[in-house]
Design a protein around this ligand. Structure first.
Ligand code: FPP
Length: 244
């Protein structure tokens, strides 16, 4: 049998510094295969590894993945539990590999509402990879952009109350420093899989000027070649940031 060819690492003129991804379609992919939804999430975790590897090959500096939204708590208890177990196992099994690949793991969201086991695994992975200076992989967990903005407003109010900030000085640059993403640049490219044209409460503030690429593939079938194609499309776009 012929060996499946590895997608070639393309020459891309303009590699985005920060890519954010809405990983959508795990459930529908599983459904099409006649498998339970949880199998879709498991297959989705494999795509996470592939895409992180592709980012390393291209020299992308930041990759933010929407792994669990504030709204995902509305799903059946069994699916939430499966997702949390998958996350914990992913962290426990992949930290060594991430470290070997010089990946620094970070997380954004209301993390203290995650199950204790997940929080512990998350903090261990973050700690163990903290000195790496390759790709920064940011997992958005129990993340909602509106919740983030509210937390940001609370932080601004505390600074004003403590006399550390004059409200007249508040501008977008200062407000950005009160968001979970204060350490990272805004995404240059936002990818969403499964053909849906929605933002779904993801990084509302930060994607103001991001380029958006939608792929029709479900997340578990989104391969390195699809990822490279999305980045190539980005690289052909002209960004004007409101100017000419
Ligand atoms: C959306 O598909 C995906 C999620 C809600 C969870 C994303 C999780 C993973 C990719 C796996 C675990 C990730 C890590 C980092 C270990 P959906 O279930 O909404 O799909 P559907 O719209 O087809 O139902």
């Amino acid at each position: 049998m012929a060996k499946k060819e590895e997608p070639s690492n393309p020459e891309i003129a303009n590699v985005p510094k920060h890519i954010a991804i809405i990983m959508d379609g795990n459930g529908r992919w599983a459904n099409e295969q006649g498998k339970p939804r949880t199998e879709g999430h498991r297959a989705g975790a494999r795509t996470v590894r592939q895409v992180a590897e592709a980012c390393g090959e291209l020299g992308v500096a930041y990759l933010t993945l929407y792994a669990f939204s504030s709204e995902n708590w509305k799903r059946p208890k069994s699916e939430i539990q499966a997702l949390m177990t998958l996350l914990e196992r992913f962290l426990k099994s992949q930290t060594k590999e991430m470290h070997k690949n010089n990946i620094r793991l970070q997380a954004i969201g209301r993390l203290t509402d995650l199950p204790d086991k997940c929080q512990r695994a998350l903090h261990e992975s973050i700690e163990q990879t903290s000195q790496n200076d390759g790709l920064t992989l940011i997992l958005a967990l129990n993340y909602g952009a509106r919740e983030e903005i509210i937390d940001g407003v609370r932080s601004v109010l505390r600074h004003v109350q403590d006399g550390l900030l004059d409200p007249a000085m508040l501008d977008p640059q200062i407000f950005s420093k009160h968001l979970y993403t204060r350490y990272y640049p805004d995404p240059d490219l936002l990818i969403r899989t499964s053909g849906e044209m929605r933002i779904s409460n993801f990084l509302l503030w930060q994607i103001s000027y991001s380029e958006i690429v939608i792929s029709d593939k479900f997340w578990p079938e989104f391969g390195k070649d699809d990822f490279f194609k999305a980045v190539e499309e980005y690289s052909r776009r002209q960004r004007r940031f409101g100017g000419l």
